[in-house]
Design a protein around this ligand. Structure first.
Ligand code: EPU
Length: 420
């Protein structure tokens, strides 16, 4: 297994282009199952999760071809059962259920398990399918959904921690081919849901309201092929913005959409980081001394849980006390003990992490536990004195396209090496 070896202490300077959004492209790839015609997707990031999704679609019978950042998917003839082990490996693969149910009226996939960031239930997805008239069974670790007829309905998709992103995507996809009108209340408002809705509309779906808590889908008889460019990855953009701030450098982010990043930019501003808009670019640097901030993660348009760990690396560099309260995945603090190895002073109190920042960090071997946790370790490694080795970087490769190359392009001393 590869590791990243980082010599900290270099202020990052230069320009980086933001890749396509992982969390938009995965459901968009799944949506291609809704039509037998070819779909062309542009700005597809080269990520292991994307490769996984490609394999899953192939295991369902689809033809998937990649050429650079363009992917062609044709699901001329598909079956409703995919490779159990493949699907189990990637939580995001749950979003094949909606399109399979819509197109074939039945699907059977392995129940996605919990993961290191929390329990990750799918009860809301299943509630949504039931509301459309599907029968849902759990048998031998598989979810079986079937519906001789899918009929539009009004449904409430809010849960204990707010709306569900992939649940909204799943129900929206199934409902495109249902009879009549579906209204999803408490729908997720994330830009990735809007991007999916745009793609579905390009395929001939009739969806309005995506990006608001009420999404209306008028079912159609069939969908056709479409061509689409995926939105830039707001989480990658936030990660590089924080990289500029932690290292006290200056980085221009090409193609980051400021409109998708308001909560992060607002907190960065409060933390003493200057973000200037230059056309479609964002230029990020410190504006003076870093200031402690408090953050509570929330569904969009609130502060994203997917940037919480990276923000902790910034807090580690900030003299004073900063507090992060995690409200989406309450156990999402696996990075805390690894950041502590680098010298970060963090105490956990229930769903909150209290960071006493401003102490110098020193490099150490650390273990990545999930995607965003590993990004936080890389960020801390960029400022720690000496050498930091981040092990198990397959987590990073799930969601960051060539992060080592991009950081090297900004001057970071970071190498990918074979390791444990
Ligand atoms: N929830 C339920 N029941 C459900 C579904 C979700 O209670 O049926 C709860 C979850 O336990 C959580 C909350 O609802 O407390 C929100 O979870 P959500 O369903 O929105 O998460 P997701 O759709 O499974 C996506 C992203 C995650 C991101 C979350 C939240 C993809 C592939 N994944 O997951 O991305 O953290 O939304 O924004 O889109 C990542 O990229 O690192 C990542 C984990």
């Amino acid at each position: 297994m590869d590791k990243l070896v980082i010599e900290g202490g270099v202020p990052l300077r230069g320009e980086v282009t933001i890749s396509g959004a992982k969390n938009a492209v995965l459901p968009i790839m799944a949506a291609a199952l809704l039509t037998p015609e070819p779909c062309i997707i542009h700005r597809v990031p080269d990520l292991s999760d994307v490769k996984f999704m490609g394999q899953i679609l192939r295991s369902l019978g689809a033809d998937v071809q990649s050429d650079g950042g363009t992917m062609r998917i044709q699901a001329a003839q598909i079956r409703g059962t995919g490779d159990y082990d493949l699907i189990r490996k990637m939580r995001g693969s749950v979003c094949i259920l909606g399109p399979l149910l819509g197109r074939l009226r039945e699907a059977s996939v392995s129940l996605p398990g919990g993961c290191v960031i929390g329990a990750r239930p799918v009860d809301l997805h299943l509630k949504g399918f039931r509301a459309l008239g599907a029968e849902v069974k759990i048998e031998s670790g598989n979810v079986l959904v079937s519906a001789p007829r899918l009929v539009g309905n009004e449904l409430f998709l809010g849960g204990r921690c707010g709306p569900t992103v992939l649940g909204t995507a799943n129900v929206m996809m199934a409902a495109t081919l249902a009879e009549g009108i579906t209204i999803i209340e408490s729908a997720a408002c994330e830009p990735e849901v809007v991007d999916l809705a745009n793609f579905l509309n390009e395929m001939g779906a009739k969806i309005t309201g995506a990006g608001s808590p009420t999404v209306t889908i008028a079912g159609v008889k069939e969908l056709h092929g479409a061509e689409h460019e995926v939105i830039p990855d707001r989480i990658e953009a936030a990660t590089f913005a924080i990289a500029a701030a932690v290292t006290d450098g200056e980085v221009t982010l090409h193609g980051a959409r400021a409109g998708h990043l308001q909560a992060v930019l607002d907190k960065l501003h409060e933390a003493g980081v200057r973000v200037e808009r230059k056309g479609t670019d964002l230029v990020v640097r410190r504006g003076g001394a870093l200031q402690p901030v408090d953050i509570t993660t929330q569904p969009y348009a609130g502060f994203p849980t997917d940037v919480q760990a990276q923000m902790m690396a910034l807090m580690a560099m900030t003299p004073g006390i900063s507090i992060i309260t995690e409200r989406i995945f309450e156990a999402r603090f696996m990075h805390v003990s690894e950041l502590a190895r680098l010298g970060v002073d963090i105490a956990l109190e229930g769903p909150s992490a209290i960071v006493k920042g401003g102490k110098p960090l020193s490099g150490a071997p650390v273990m990545a536990s999930d995607l965003r946790a590993s990004a936080a370790l890389v960020l801390a490694g960029l400022v720690a004195r000496g050498t930091t080795e981040v092990h198990r970087i397959y987590h990073v490769d799930r969601g960051y396209e060539r992060i080592d190359e991009k950081l090297r392009g900004l001057g970071a001393r970071i190498q990918r090496m074979a390791g444990s």
